[in-house]
Design a protein. Structure first.
Length: 453
């Protein structure tokens, strides 16, 4: 990495917790007040529950970089990255005006849903504590995946207010660089680019290596996607993703992402998925001794069995549920996602027939099983807990709560035994997200210089 990047990362402080939404907004407002000549804070929209969405702009350069924090509410590392990166560029003219950039920060795209995760933000960062307090909304309720897809194979136009606000900002800024801050669960870091940019994949690997965060060499969310380099994937077109995940009746489960929407402006989008927990198997390219097709089919069967066990409990108790909480559609959507993954694994097994899985690929497939079953069980527990807290306590619901708790405890124990749940230092994963942004902007600046535009 260039000295420009490494010097900035060396000054990051230790971090012991993830901020709540109110703490994040207070920190961003304080930064804007500290640097009134450089920073501007303005409202750009309103969340579904009526919370103002504000954007912090830093610098006065002609080219724009747009940073999106909290695109998914269970992925809050970006809530740390936003204020630290914003402070870096506010206090260093070389990163903004001298480089010809204005930086724009949307601190938290989905504050309503993020608040439903805040009980685990302060730690301990364990598998059990995370999933007991986990929330991720159904895909149609996710601002990041509800941009329009106007394709007859899987038509989607149910955009959310937060999505509309982000779309207006993208159209206004026409950013050269857009950066969506994500995090994964187990293993290592991986990256997604809207398109290949020469040199960027090498830069990203170097950023991760410098912070001792391994690359995730097996696909978690990117099975079958094209890759520019190990752990650096290229975003497929929105119409392909929507069609691949469509329901049997052809209706779309999701729309496009912010990366797809920004393509109309020639924007380069980067997504950095930093991990919560370390596991060396994520970066192990050696042979696993098992056929990849066999690994995928085995995990598809386990996903199907887990979904069946959870669906049995949920369907039995569903007529007794009276509280209209966001947990219910989230649980139904996660079960649907499990079914979609089962199909995708079966389809991919045919594509990889005849080759051996690496340790990293086998590890990734097993991680998905643990991830999906724990998310479903955690959401079911939360919904049943809400019901009982509201006084809805018939015997069938109490029995279901006990059964769901048993599944959750057993699956937590399985994950704790099968996976290394050593949390990465927050400072290191934040440094990877910041370093990836600075390295990519530097590389894009070099390309602009060569092209003269």
């Amino acid at each position: 990495m260039s000295g420009l990047v490494t010097d900035r990362l060396s000054g990051l402080p230790d971090m012991d917790r993830i901020p709540a939404v109110d703490e994040l907004h207070a920190e961003v407002a304080a930064l804007a007040a500290e640097h009134p000549g450089v920073c501007r804070l303005r409202r750009i929209g309103t969340s579904r529950l009526g919370e103002p969405l504000r954007m912090l702009s830093v610098g006065h350069g002609p080219r724009n970089a747009l940073i999106i924090g909290g695109p998914h509410p269970n992925e809050p590392i970006g809530l740390l990255t936003v204020p630290h990166l914003a402070r870096l560029v506010a206090e260093d003219p070389a990163l903004r005006d001298e480089a010809g950039y204005s930086w724009h920060f949307l601190p938290c795209l989905d504050p309503d849903a993020t608040r439903l995760n805040e009980d685990w933000f302060g730690g301990p960062y364990t598998i059990r504590h995370y999933h007991r307090n986990f929330f991720r909304p159904a895909v149609p309720d996710q601002p990041e995946w509800t941009f329009p897809v106007l394709d007859e194979r899987a038509y989607f136009d149910r955009t959310l207010p937060e999505t509309q606000a982000l779309a207006r900002v993208i159209d206004e800024l026409r950013p050269v660089f857009q950066y969506s801050l994500h995090n994964a669960d187990f293993g290592g870091v991986f990256f997604i680019l809207s398109h290949d940019v020469p040199g960027v994949a090498d830069d990203l690997a170097e950023v991760a290596h410098a912070r001792n965060v391994p690359l995730s060499l097996g696909p978690i969310d990117t099975l079958g996607w094209p890759a520019a380099a190990p752990a650096v994937y290229l975003m497929p077109p929105a119409r392909e993703l929507a069609a691949a995940t469509a329901r049997p009746d052809g209706s779309a489960r999701l729309g496009g992402s912010s990366a797809h929407y920004a393509e109309r402006h020639g924007t380069t989008t980067l997504i950095t998925e930093v991990p919560l927990w370390r596991d060396p198997r994520a970066a192990d390219p050696s042979a696993s001794g098992r056929a990849y097709a066999e690994v995928l089919r085995e995990n598809a069967a386990q996903l199907e069995a887990d979904a069946r066990a959870l669906s049995t409990v949920y369907q039995r108790v569903s007529p007794q549920l009276t509280v209209s909480s966001p947990m219910r559609p989230a649980l139904a959507d996660t079960l649907e996602h499990s079914s979609s993954l089962t199909t995708a694994y079966g389809r991919m097994a045919g594509a990889v027939a005849g080759r051996e899985a690496t340790v990293a690929e086998s590890f990734a497939a097993h991680c998905v099983v643990h991830m999906v079953r724990l998310r479903c069980a955690g959401l079911l527990q939360r919904q049943l807990g809400v019901e009982q807290a509201a006084g809805n306590r018939p015997s069938i619901l109490r029995a279901a709560a006990q059964e769901a708790s048993g599944l959750f405890d057993r699956w937590c124990a399985d994950a704790e035994q099968a996976l290394c749940a050593d949390p990465f230092p927050l400072r290191d994963v934040v440094a990877v997200q910041i370093g990836a942004a600075l390295a990519t902007v530097r590389r894009l600046g070099d390309a602009v210089g060569r092209d003269g535009r």
